[in-house]
Design a protein around this ligand. Structure first.
Ligand SMILES: [Fe+2]
Length: 141
């Protein structure tokens, strides 16, 4: 799935990270399909895990600063992803790249990223833009 500007929340730093997460998910998908060496998958997974953690922290900071009522729900889903990520990663380290792990990685990780960004995060985008618009309205004479 390709990034589209309709997925933008209107927060440049968060949108850049979302675009990069799409790119990383697509890269992981392509590498899993191509049957690339496990060492490369390992490096890519490590990168995705770190990148996602940094991104969640940044996104939650914006949510907290704008008093977003959906913050707790987002924190929960971000934590659930992180937990699932660690579990799949450990499974991969133990068993290597068997078809089951490939499936889990594709379904639970890459699909999750895309669904999250195009789903739950969009609600925050709408909230954030409305808030910005009304702040602007009140600021004008
Ligand atoms: Fe999110």
């Amino acid at each position: 799935m390709q990034w589209d500007k309709k997925y933008a929340l209107g927060i440049p730093v968060v949108d850049t990270q979302h675009r990069q997460l799409f790119r990383l998910s697509n890269e992981l998908d392509a590498k899993l399909q191509a049957g690339i060496r496990p060492e490369e998958i390992d490096a890519l997974l490590t990168h995705i895990g770190e990148y996602a953690a940094r991104h969640f922290a940044m996104e939650e900071k914006y949510m907290a600063e704008s008093d977003y009522p959906g913050l707790a729900e987002q924190q929960e889903t971000h934590q659930a992803f992180a937990k699932c990520f660690v579990e799949v990663y450990e499974e991969f380290k133990k068993k290597g790249l068997n078809p089951e792990i490939v499936n889990t990685l594709r379904r639970e990780l890459t699909d999750w990223v895309r669904e999250h960004v195009t789903g739950l995060d969009q609600r925050f985008g709408t909230y954030y833009r409305d808030r910005q618009a009304s702040a602007k309205k009140h600021a004008s004479p």
